[in-house]
Design a protein around this ligand. Sequence first.
Ligand code: ECB
Length: 138
Amino acid sequence: APPDFSGTWNMVSNENFDRYMQSLGIDLITRNLAKLIKPQKIIEQSGDSFVIRTLSSLRNYRVQFTLGQEFDEDTKGLDNRKCKTLVTLDNGHLICVQKGEKKNRGWKHWINGDDLHLELSCEDQVCKQVYRRVQEAC
Ligand code: ECB
């Protein structure tokens, strides 16, 4: 069965985030602030429909999509670009391609145990993040 990405996830590691942000043209002051934060992901999945919220003290970002349906993404509050974005599910991996000004842009999510993995790509940079599931009270 395909994985259920739904839940609340807290960042536990973040590799090469600075160079990923550099590849998106984010200024030094913003990068230095962004490096300090540990965002939370809140994912709501129902069938092929997803809402992913990335929450932090610095910025919040929300994206909503249906698998296999390209949509217009505005990365408002991040690098403020427009992309034609498509997300698909391949062998348990959520794969996003963000077509636009930046080459080779996208991300991949997958689950391993209690860990949600995320690879963010832009041009020749790959940022690797891991989030851990927040257990809800029973
Ligand atoms: C929203 C939390 C990020 C806070 C960083 C704040 C300022 C830095 C400005 C731009 C940096 C560029 C990208 C930020 C990196 C991650 C945020 C969202 C990454 C993303 O695309 O997540 C996907 C997959 O979970 C869903 O949107």
